[in-house]
Design a protein around this ligand. Sequence first.
Ligand code: HMG
Ligand code: MG
Length: 284
Amino acid sequence: MAERVEIYEVGPRDGLQNEARLIPTADKVALVDLLSRAGFRRIEVASFVSPKWVPQMADGADVLARITRRAGVGYVALAPNLRGYQAARAAGADEVAVFVSASEGFSRANLNCSIMESLARLSTLAEAARQENVKLRGYVSMVVACPFDGPTRPVAVAGVVAALRDLGCHEVSLGDTLGQATPDGFAAMLEAVVQELPPQRLAAHCHDTAGRALDVIDVALEMGLRVVDAAVGGLGGCPYAPGAAGNVATEKVAAHLAARGFETGLDAALLARAADMARAFRAG
Ligand code: HMG
Ligand code: MG
């Protein structure tokens, strides 16, 4: 039997947070509903951050209220603090994702605080998740390079991964936020990170600015990772990371994995429809 790789869909969150125009809630709901039928185990559908910082995600509770939930699909929301966590849970998120940076410059730009402060801020959130038995996913941004600080040291990434592990994250997703990683650079980072968390609990989160995301994903697979983040239609970017382009496209990753003999459980025809819908949002 073919080995399974999970594609973790981030388009409705990482993708749509970066669109210049506000996408109507009904359109977001239509995209999530189509994705729900395509076979994903988890879809990141919203974020509960400050609407002043990211106005595109201000309707997260409405999105979660209006989607048609499909059995077997986990609906995940991003939260920067306890308030965001509580809002995500009240809206019905099954899993909550938290995010920190491996570089100080981006931590300031994205969260308005240092790395240490951001981790300390997450402790009350993590305590609530523990008590309520809610799964936490961790993200680390700028795992290879940062637009403010330059190259990121692998040991710095490993330190932040260890802190997220200690906060109770069941999985940590490693963000090449800028999409400039080389396969060798990503491998060097992973060598340090797997000292802290085994590859089965790591995910690769690639933006595709330089067109090397599939090569980087291949390195991640070689090192034992089996979760890959992607956004349908290649939506995305990060509003606080100058130069970051879209996430690697889900349909591209799915085709690549299939060609390499991995099983993703995704329906290629439905994915193609979702990609068309996502691209129409961008054009519209
Ligand atoms: P701050 O200004 O330092 O702190 O923001 P604050 O506590 O003064 O909050 C500012 C305002 O937001 C206040 O409102 C708060 O009440 C409100 P005001 O008093 O001015 O009217 N607020 C909230 N509102 C709704 N929900 C909340 C919430 N918390 C505070 N949860 C803060 C600090 C963390 C809030 C801000 O920096 C923020 O929201 N940052 C989020 C930035 C963001 O969402 N970036 C994109 C996601 S990360 C990403 O894309 C990377 C990733 O994909 C991986 C990768 O590619 O690397 C995950
Ligand atoms: Mg991202």
